[in-house]
Design a binder for this molecule. Structure first.
Ligand SMILES: O=C(O)[C@H](O)[C@H](O)COP(=O)(O)O
Ligand SMILES: [Mg+2]
Length: 292
């Protein structure tokens, strides 16, 4: 593992070996709406050096279109076809890989990002409706009924998670043995405000544990997004680097995709965490903002 922090010769050698960068977002570029120091400048300089810049996030709360707006709002140069999120990966998988039947629908536990990407792919979906938010109609459990039309449950980060949504998702998966159990990602925490909070994986456990089933994960480290990106841009994997803050998603995603990997220490991974794992990044730096 090559430590790049403060080593300009090592950084130059690293930069000379890479043509394309896949940047994770939460914990690498920003914490919430706070951009990490000097990252805007580094991204801009990489573009001026002729490097290709792509963004690959497990955060399913926003669609690609909504993420583009966030980049613009934060004055970060980005283009629609550079952005890949786990909500898009899930919608792509359901439409193109599952070839989801038109007479079936997806029950969504998640936020607008998932709904917008399913709409973009023309996939029918329900969930996170007023009924789902209305807990008063839970006087008895009989209001939670199976629905054979539900052909898949898609689970993503949901700030408004509640018992009713979990009970509905559980019911569809428990009774419909052919119902696909899908999740955008399984990150256990996410970084914000200089600390971490429960992530999608923490919420997902409340469903996978009672079902005693693991979902198909569509985000990092799984290959769905990697294959879409590599095929779309015909990338040379050996001269492509995944830059991330989480070892069991970003760095594993890069390694499994045959890419180089750079771990940044501005997100969820601590120095102690790095010592305690067998997932070893090729390179490590204290912050993306320190690269240039
Ligand atoms: O909890 C989550 O969904 C993830 O931790 C979070 O959103 C990860 O986003 P990323 O670091 O992949 O941009
Ligand atoms: Mg991250």
């Amino acid at each position: 593992m090559n430590q790049l922090t403060g080593n300009s010769d090592a950084i130059q050698g690293f930069l000379d070996s890479i043509d394309t960068f896949l940047f994770d977002c939460d914990g690498v570029i920003w914490h919430g709406d706070h951009v990490i120091q000097n990252v805007v400048n580094v991204l801009s300089q990489l573009r001026e050096m002729g490097k290709k810049v792509l963004f690959v996030t497990n955060n399913s709360t926003k669609s690609r279109k909504a993420y583009l707006k966030k980049f613009v709002t934060l004055n970060i140069e980005a283009y629609a076809d550079e952005i890949f999120g786990s909500a898009y990966a899930a919608a792509y998988y359901i439409k193109h890989t599952l070839q989801f039947p038109i007479d079936k629908k997806v029950y969504v536990v998640g936020m607008a990002g998932i709904q917008e990407e399913l709409d973009s792919e023309g996939v029918r979906h329900v969930g996170s409706s007023a009924d789902d938010e209305n807990l008063h109609s839970m006087s008895d459990m009989s209001s939670i009924k199976n629905d054979p039309e539900v052909g898949a449950v898609l689970f993503g980060f949901d700030l408004n998670i509640n018992y009713k949504k979990l009970a509905k998702a559980f019911t569809y998966l428990h009774h419909n043995k052919d119902c696909h159990f899908l999740a955008t990602n399984s990150d256990l925490t996410f970084p914000a405000g200089g600390t971490v909070y429960p992530g999608t994986g923490a919420l997902l456990a409340a469903l996978s544990a009672p079902l005693d089933k693991k979902p198909t994960i569509l985000g990092k480290p799984e290959p769905t997004m990697m294959e879409v990106i590599v095929n779309k841009y015909k990338l040379n994997r050996e001269r492509t680097c995944m830059v991330g803050d989480r070892l069991d998603t970003d760095i594993l995603f890069g390694h499994q995709g045959g890419l180089k990997t750079l771990l940044v220490m501005t997100g969820v991974t601590t120095a102690q965490g790095l010592e305690q794992t067998d997932i070893r990044p090729d390179f490590v730096i204290d912050s993306l903002g320190s690269l240039l």
